[in-house]
Design a protein around this ligand. Structure first.
Ligand code: FE2
Length: 277
């Protein structure tokens, strides 16, 4: 890991806070010196009791709010990965289960990454994750990446095959995108990976990691205060967003196959897909 490179773009995918964030080292984008450890190469940390307590509290609080709110694929993903309240899972165990489910593996990374490292890992079907958890005084909100958001929020969906294929295509497309395509990709990421909804027979359900790992967003997302718009790539890339407030507009997929198919068509039209993708 080197000092942040001030010429490199700051990742827009895990945003640090606007005020004072630069003083928190966890919010400073990092460059990777070389390939981070992946899967079985990852040495699990020894967590102290406060870290384990924080995981237990967050896991139980979020899970108690998810019945009737979280999507079926997400809840099945939690089971597939064997996550529970008892202790913070080890990344190498999650990586093995994720690889069996849909071919993704996990890399341990030190914190916020610059975009080129983030996209480079996604384009190899590797999900970058931290392995440290927020402090006790940050249980309701933390500006920094942490393993509760990375593991509990993101990983279950990477066991869903069509979503997993979409995210791989996303990484491949983002790696070389320029100009207006970069903003389009940022919005697509925000309104799917982080804040996506999907229609099920019983009604709208949540699959976005930014909602599922947040106490406030999970209670807000399906309420009448949110305008819910049928997903289309064109509608999403025309929609601006504000990371500092509860989201007033969200997009609803019909299926994860729709996401993968529509994204592939759009990225192909924009010339963003690598040969053979
Ligand atoms: Fe995230």
């Amino acid at each position: 890991m080197t000092n942040p490179d001030s010429d490199a773009p700051v990742s827009a995918y895990e945003k640090p806070p606007a005020d004072g964030g630069a003083t928190d080292p966890r919010c400073v984008p990092q460059n990777l010196d070389g390939p981070p450890p992946v899967g079985d190469e990852i040495t699990p940390p020894v967590y102290d009791e406060e870290s384990q307590e924080n995981w237990r509290f967050l896991f139980q609080r979020q899970m108690s709010m998810l019945p009737g709110r979280a999507g079926e694929a997400y809840l099945e993903g939690v089971e597939t990965l064997g996550m529970g309240p008892r202790e913070i899972p080890h990344l190498k165990d999650l990586s093995r289960r994720m690889e069996d489910a849909a071919g993704w593996r996990i890399a341990r990374i030190p914190g916020l990454l610059h975009e080129r490292d983030f996209f480079g890992l996604l384009s190899d079907r590797v999900f970058p994750s931290t392995d440290y958890i927020r402090r006790k005084d940050e249980l309701d909100y933390t500006p920094a990446p942490d393993c509760f958001h990375d593991m509990f929020g993101h990983m279950p969906m990477l066991t869903e095959p069509a979503f997993a294929d979409f995210y791989h295509l996303f990484g491949q497309s983002a790696l070389h995108a320029e100009g207006v395509d970069r903003q389009s990709l940022e919005r697509l990421h925000w309104f799917t990976v982080e804040f996506g909804l999907i229609r099920q027979d019983e009604g709208e359900r949540i699959f976005g990691a930014g909602i599922l790992s947040s106490k406030d967003e999970v209670q807000h997302a399906l309420s009448d205060q949110v305008e819910k718009v049928p997903f289309s790539v064109d509608a999403v890339i025309a929609q601006d967003y504000d990371v500092w407030h509860l989201q007033p507009t969200l997009f609803v997929l019909d299926s994860f196959e729709q996401l993968e198919t529509d994204f592939r068509a759009w990225a192909g039209d924009r010339g963003l897909l690598p040969d053979g993708a």
